[in-house]
Design a protein around this ligand. Structure first.
Ligand code: NAD
Length: 477
């Protein structure tokens, strides 16, 4: 545990005072030294290791997450991000020298990263630990104070974070709550707002931020397509699709939403998918410990309402009391079906047949830009078409979701799937201002030439210098 502790704001009336206190902390300068940042990251690591079982229990309570999945996608994910930041913090925080052009010579130029101030992190419920703490790693690495607002739809994890974070970290306050609390928070002035969740609330966040000219990162969702053609290894593809789709019962922002399979690959993919699901979750996934539940009744009923489209290949059963929906694959789903109209965010995988990659590209481009696009193909032309003719937050060949595990890759959306990015150095950059610092010596006043009064001699010298830098300018037409 480190130094002083920041309080948990329990009442939303406390929020303005809580934020003001955090601003005082930031203004005192304590968060700036790299040593402080390092201590915070070490304390966060300690917290995760010491309280791993309590975290596992909270994730089980909220989403029935299995132990292994919790370690893989939550505790392990945050630990990896923290370790990466600890390893590279020295380099990231060092001012970076840059070259200066000839006419400014004898000056030295540096880019000096500085913290933004007090940041607000608003997290969703589906990966309630990772999506709260990974942005926090970035905020702390960059030397900020932060208010963390976990999702009320994952109440056990929210309560645990409200208990643990202020006991382990300085300059971090947890505000628990829902719309009312978040609305009060959004009325305060922050120096950066990092929001993960749906686009409707994303717009509310961006509108509130605009009042204070606060920059925002919006990590949103949408439909993430998977393309499969006949050159793919079908057994591996089916396994990876089943893993990507049914982990956390499909409640993953980067889960493959639907599959576009070429006519030539359709039958072999459909032959593999049911077996892949069975291999992973057993004949009765409900009985196993590796399959999650739907977060609440509203989402449960929304999802069961989407299951009528196309033909049922596997799954289809559900139990309202347990909020259980079996891993479900639907085939020959019409593009106009309700299940194709919105992000599914649950364990339903529609499979649609396309003629070839070009039809798949047209299909993808007719919709909002996805958060992730997955291409299961060994065909170079198909890979290139998907890379160059579509736009998405990220593109992964032959596997879903694993790009999140590469800290050197920026993670974020584009268009409707979000703005801004994070992970690794990108997180540090997101929560920093990269201040240009130029230092010009006074010994030889080389700027004299540009001072008024301007003479024909100074004009001639400047014109010559400009034409040297822009040779076309000096040419007679
Ligand atoms: P959610 O309901 O937990 O909401 C997210 C946050 O917004 C919560 O903290 C909540 O309290 C707050 N909120 C809700 N309504 C609000 C309002 N009216 N005003 C202010 N704040 C409000 O989570 P969700 O939005 O259902 O999350 C699912 C969505 O998030 C999906 O679209 C998914 O794709 C997306 N998502 C994206 C990522 C990513 O990294 N890009 C990760 C996870 C989820």
């Amino acid at each position: 545990m480190t130094g002083t502790t920041a309080p948990v704001a329990r009442q939303h009336q406390d929020i303005p005072e809580t934020v003001a206190r955090l601003r005082d902390t930031f203004d005192s300068g304590v968060t700036r030294p790299v040593a402080w940042r390092r201590r915070q990251l070490q304390a966060l690591r300690r917290m995760l290791l010491d309280h791993a079982s309590a975290i596992e229990e909270a994730l089980y309570d909220d989403l029935r997450k299995g132990r292994t999945e919790s370690h893989l996608t939550e505790i392990g994910g945050v630990l990896a991000e923290t370790e990466h930041a600890l390893r590279h913090l020295g380099r990231w925080t060092r001012p970076r020298r840059v070259a200066v052009p000839l006419n400014i010579k004898l000056a030295t130029a540096r880019v000096h990263p500085e913290p933004l101030g007090v940041c607000l992190i608003i997290a969703p419920w589906n990966y309630p630990l990772t999506l709260t703490l990974n942005p926090l790693v970035g905020a702390l690495s960059a030397g900020n104070a932060a208010v963390v607002k976990p999702s009320e739809l994952a109440p056990a994890t929210s309560a645990l974070l409200a208990d643990l974070l202020p006991r382990h970290l300085e300059a971090v306050t947890v505000v628990e709550g829902a719309v009312e609390e978040t609305t009060t928070l959004l009325a305060q002035r922050f120096d950066h707002i990092f929001y993960t969740g749906n686009g409707t609330v994303g717009r509310i966040v961006a509108t509130a931020a605009a009042k204070h000219l606060t920059p925002v990162t919006l990590e949103l969702g949408g439909q993430s397509p998977a393309f499969v053609d006949e050159t793919a290894d079908m057994a591996v593809t089916a396994r990876r699709l089943a893993w990507g789709k049914f982990t956390n019962a499909g409640q993953t922002c980067v889960a493959p939403d639907y599959v576009l399979v070429t006519r030539a690959a359709r039958d072999s993919l459909l032959a593999e998918l049911p077996g892949a699901v069975r291999e992973m979750f057993g004949v009765d996934p409900r009985a196993g410990s590796d399959y999650g539940r739907i977060v609440n009744d509203r989402h449960f009923h929304r999802l069961t309402g989407l299951m009528g489209a196309g033909d049922l290949l596997t799954g289809g059963d559900f139990d309202a009391e347990d909020r259980y929906i079996a891993p479900t694959v639907l085939t020959d789903v019409p593009p106009q079906a309700p299940v194709m109209a919105e992000e599914i965010f649950g364990p339903i995988l529609p499979v649609l047949t396309v003629r070839d990659v070009h039809e798949a590209v047209d299909f993808i481009n007719a919709r909002d830009k996805p958060l992730s696009l997955y291409a299961f193909t060994r065909d170079r032309a198909a890979r290139r078409a998907l890379l160059e003719e579509t736009s998405s937050g990220g593109l992964v060949y032959n596997a879903p979701m694993i790009h999140l595990g590469v800290p050197n890759l920026p993670f974020g959306g584009v268009g409707e799937s979000g703005m801004g990015a994070y992970h690794g150095k990108t997180s540090f950059d997101t929560f920093s201002h990269h201040k240009p610092v130029l230092s010009k010596p006074t010994r030889h006043d080389t700027l004299r030439l540009v001072y008024a009064p301007h003479t024909s001699r100074s004009f001639a010298l400047i014109a010559r210098a400009v034409s040297r830098t822009h040779p076309l300018l000096g040419r007679k037409r």
